[in-house]
Design a binder for this molecule. Structure first.
Ligand code: PEP
Ligand code: MG
Length: 314
């Protein structure tokens, strides 16, 4: 019985008209990776590597990081491992790498911006990622990309590490997180540099509505169903060439009703908390991609978040 539940869990998520959607899990520990595998995730769609860096006095070195990423890969049993490079700054400061105090940490040195001003830390992390990528399929994901120049610089750092390691891992893919409205609008300019766009709707919503995450006073404004956010997701899907997979890894990916709109817009991968994987796979199996396209158009045209949500659920 347990084994038949496990084999059902690992069945793919295919819409009624035959469109395959990869359903991944968001991870922050080896326990999460085990839960992802047990719940039938197709891949780890987002590993928040901050768990290795926070609450300590010194940065983890290359060997420690390599061992940690390898442990995740082992728990995932060969599934693709999407390793996001360090996403600190903002509300997640590091004791050993202070950034100057600022009134607006969310608008300051965070995500990829931080890695680009700390090339020593960035290089160590990329080295560990490349060492694991020669053993298992890996996507390296850069958070908080705002400009083409940043993405070029990140790719150059990765290329340097590949040269130094004399490695050319066949399964290595490169992704940019789309969390900044300008990046969503420039998706077609960013596409030549990546294989994957991973839309972080948590941050994309906060920056689009100018409503800070976790700020109760503006919580109602920070709604990913806002048609302004949906139009940015549409811009990312249109800007992605056929070669570039569009994924959503924010909380919105697991919202009931979101699957139809996102798939209708062109998203082909959803990454959610491990426990939500079976439900999201089931939601995908119950929908038709052709109908989802109509739903998505209606949601884009809706004047308000609640009307967009109603279109999808109705
Ligand atoms: C996001 O911003 O949607 C995201 C997935 O990243 P995080 O929640 O870690 O900022
Ligand atoms: Mg984010």
């Amino acid at each position: 019985r347990a084994s038949s539940a496990a084999s059902r869990a690992s069945l793919g998520a295919v819409t009624r008209d035959g469109v395959r959607i990869e359903v991944g899990a968001n991870l922050g520990s080896v326990a999460d990776a085990r839960a992802a595998a047990a719940n039938g995730a197709d891949l780890a769609g987002l590993v928040r590597t901050e768990f290795l860096f926070l609450d300590r006095e010194t940065a983890p070195d290359v060997d420690e990081q390599t061992a940690a990423y390898r442990a995740l890969a082992e728990a995932l049993g060969g599934r693709r491992l999407t390793l996001r490079t360090l996403d600190v700054g903002g509300d997640k400061p590091l004791r050993y790498a202070p950034v100057p105090p600022t009134a607006n940490p969310f608008l300051s040195v965070r995500g990829l911006r931080f890695s680009l001003v700390r090339p020593d830390l960035f290089r160590a992390q990329l080295t560990a990622i490349v060492r694991v990528a020669v053993e298992t399929p890996v996507t390296v994901l850069f958070p908080m990309v705002s400009t083409v120049d940043e993405l070029r610089a990140a790719r150059a750092a990765l290329d340097d590490v590949l040269r130094a390691e004399q490695a050319s891992p066949a399964g290595l893919r490169v992704g940019a997180m789309i969390e900044v409205p300008a990046a969503a609008l420039k998706a077609s300019a960013l596409a030549p540099f990546v294989d994957v766009f991973s839309i972080g709707t948590n941050d994309l919503t906060q920056y689009t509505l100018a409503a800070a995450r976790g700020d109760g006073g503006v919580a109602a404004l920070g709604d990913p169903w806002d048609p302004g956010v949906l139009r940015l997701v549409d811009s990312v899907c249109r800007g992605a060439s056929d070669r570039v997979t569009v994924s959503v890894c924010g909380e919105f990916a697991g919202d009931p009703g979101a699957a139809s709109v996102l798939i209708g817009l062109g998203v082909r991968e959803l990454s959610v908390a491990p426990a939500r994987v079976p439900e999201v796979k089931q939601a995908v199996r119950e929908l038709t991609a052709a109908t989802a396209t109509t739903t998505a158009s209606a949601a884009l045209a809706a004047p308000t978040a609640s009307e967009a949500r109603a279109t999808a659920l109705g």
